[in-house]
Design a protein around this ligand. Structure first.
Ligand code: AMP
Length: 218
């Protein structure tokens, strides 16, 4: 067994996506997001996509067996040694099944990392976020503005504010995040595996340095 097999936890806007992208670029990590995988199935109108569409759109949880199948299919496509799991596990049942699945393929979880950020800082980050739909690039009105107002730096195409990046929806997403992940975080806390990075007041590079340290990378 070799490589880093990481579970990433963190609130919406906490920088998980940014850190995953850096690890992908610098160390060839595969980024497995069950939410992204489900959205791709829905867009392609597969049998699975049709089955989960209304559940995903309502924000409820897809059942554990379906999610584990999505995970297995994604993990068999990983070619390198390193991967990040994002959005899974969301229940204790998934955490237990995940252990079994990963042991079977001889890739047990090596790191469980939780990036925390203060509630108010998250709100500021999310509520000023600008999004380029074509590439997924994000900007921030104050902290990371585009070169030209409301235009993507690379393509010049218009930027949008995502419907879920408003203050009201943010509060709902935070509540849902806390309700869903708290028991799972407690599970990893009890098992002694959870490592927490306090991301408040830190920039991307500072957090990345801490992530790499935890993963033994430099
Ligand atoms: P995300 O992009 O991770 O917020 O996921 C979007 C949606 O996909 C969630 O609101 C759930 O409906 C579904 N989903 C993603 N991952 C899981 C999971 N591990 N367990 C159950 N449902 C999930």
């Amino acid at each position: 067994m070799s490589g880093c097999h990481v579970i990433f936890f963190g609130p919406p806007g906490g920088g998980k996506g940014t850190q995953s992208a850096l690890l992908k670029k610098d160390y060839n990590f595969a980024h497995i997001s069950t939410g992204d995988a489900l959205r791709a199935e829905i867009a392609a109108q597969t049998e699975l996509g049709k089955k989960v569409k209304s559940i995903v759109e309502s924000g409820a949880l897809v059942d554990d067996d379906t999610i584990m199948n999505v995970l297995k299919s994604a993990i068999t496509k990983v070619s390198g040694d390193n991967f990040i799991l994002d959005g899974i596990p969301r229940t204790i049942g998934q955490a237990e099944k995940l252990n079994t699945v990963l042991k079977e393929i001889n890739k047990p979880v090596t790191h469980v990392i939780y990036i925390t950020v203060d509630h108010d800082e998250l709100k500021t980050r999310i509520c000023g976020r600008l999004f380029h739909p074509g590439s997924g690039r994000t900007y921030h009105k104050v902290f990371n503005p585009p070169k030209e107002p409301m235009k993507d730096d690379i393509t010049g195409e218009p930027l949008i504010v995502r419907k879920d990046d408003t203050e009201e929806v943010f509060e709902n997403r935070m509540k849902q995040y806390n309700d869903t992940f708290k028991p799972v975080l407690d599970y990893y806390e009890k098992s002694g595996e959870l490592r927490t990075i306090n991301g408040s007041g830190k920039n991307v590079e500072q957090i990345y340095t801490e992530v790499k340290k935890l993963l033994g990378l430099n």
